[in-house]
Design a protein around this ligand. Structure first.
Ligand SMILES: *[C@@H]1O[C@H](CO)[C@@H](O)[C@H](O)[C@H]1NC(C)=O
Ligand SMILES: *[C@@H]1O[C@H](CO)[C@@H](O)[C@H](O)[C@H]1NC(C)=O
Length: 315
């Protein structure tokens, strides 16, 4: 009897000691969200037409079900000019953004940074001058306590550079730091591509013994628009049939005709998402490019558009 009671008491004491006797930093919760059915919002429009910052915290206060916000787009213009869109990421212009990022994070939303996109040069600059640019990138991610990094590579660069960047982030920021990439959908089956990297080859090379799925890249935000795919069942299936795990393929869509070509109405998306979920219970989820102009073609607000997708993804 005594022994049976003694064991739990020792356990409680040792727990207390580690909690109060040693320096203890409360874990913020794992950064990796390996749960499929992600609802990912890229954000590239940060202000309204009068220059007032959009209130990104509405993504949580209005129950949109958004799980990841990806701040876009970072550009490495020169070692002294690192821009988030048109403004230096270190400038006071962005002061209103960072508290909103913290609010989102404290509500469980992971906030990441995307580099690249249609404006070229960042990955080529990184390739040519990795030792100069990498520490700058690392500092930005650490300064703002961001949860992940998204590779949107729309220029030619060697696979080895992307692999090196992913490996270096993994080494410096830990295995919970989220690594994603945003190739066009067809590139995931070695079809049409916006760069010369084979994503299946890169994914195979980017192995990790400790990360989810044994890969450095947690998942891919695949662009199913602009002619590279359609956010529907057969187009999604053509990627999965190439050998991808559905939990690692997030289906990207254009949120309104203003965001690009290939806009799909919310009502069509609801049908398609439902069909894909029925076929692939471990569906990786949906992303929208991009929040600020979401819903314009559907006649709903950006928050309303995100919430509609959230409902499609909710059980
Ligand atoms: C892709 O482009 C880069 C930079 O031009 C080059 O170094 C690399 O060899 C190319 N890779 C392939 C597979 O063509
Ligand atoms: C789905 O997309 C594919 C290819 O992008 C297209 O050929 C097909 O017609 C679409 N299916 C439906 C039901 O719209």
């Amino acid at each position: 009897m005594l022994f049976r009671f003694a064991a739990p008491i020792v356990t409680v004491l040792s727990l207390c000691q580690s909690a109060f006797g040693l320096p203890f930093i409360a874990p913020r919760g794992t950064r990796d969200n390996s749960t499929p059915l992600r609802n990912v919002a890229y954000v590239q429009t940060f202000t309204d037409s009068s220059g007032n910052f959009l209130d990104l915290t509405q993504l949580v206060t209005q129950n949109t079900g958004v799980t990841h916000v990806i701040l876009s787009s970072l550009h490495l213009d020169s070692p002294t000019e690192i821009h988030l869109n048109d403004n230096d990421i270190g400038s006071s212009y962005w002061d209103p953004l960072w508290p909103m990022v913290q609010t989102l994070q404290s509500s469980g939303v992971k906030v990441m940074l995307m580099m690249g996109g249609a404006a070229r040069g960042s990955y080529v600059n990184l390739a040519n001058n990795f030792d100069t640019y990498y520490p700058i990138l690392l500092q930005i991610l650490q300064d703002h306590n961001l949860d992940g990094f998204d590779f949107d590579v729309e220029e030619n660069v060697a696979l080895s550079v992307l692999l090196r960047l992913a490996q270096q982030f993994d080494a410096d920021l830990g295995t919970d730091f989220i690594l994603t990439a945003a190739p066009v959908a067809s590139a995931l089956r070695n079809g049409g591509n916006l760069n010369n990297v084979s994503w299946p080859d890169l994914d195979a090379a980017a192995a990790s013994s400790v990360r989810p799925n044994g890969k450095l890249f947690n998942w891919y935000n695949a662009q199913f628009y602009e002619g590279w795919g359609t956010p529907n069942e057969s187009s999604y299936e053509s990627i999965i049939n190439y050998g991808w795990d559905p939990s690692r393929i997030v289906m990207g869509t254009i949120v309104s005709a203003k965001a690009g070509s290939g806009w799909t109405p919310l009502s069509t998306l609801a049908t398609d998402i439902s069909a894909i979920r029925a076929k692939y219970p471990n569906f990786g989820g949906v992303f929208g490019w991009e929040y600020g102009v979401a819903g314009l073609s559907d006649g709903v607000s950006p928050v309303g558009w995100e919430a509609a997708i959230g409902e499609d993804l909710a059980s």
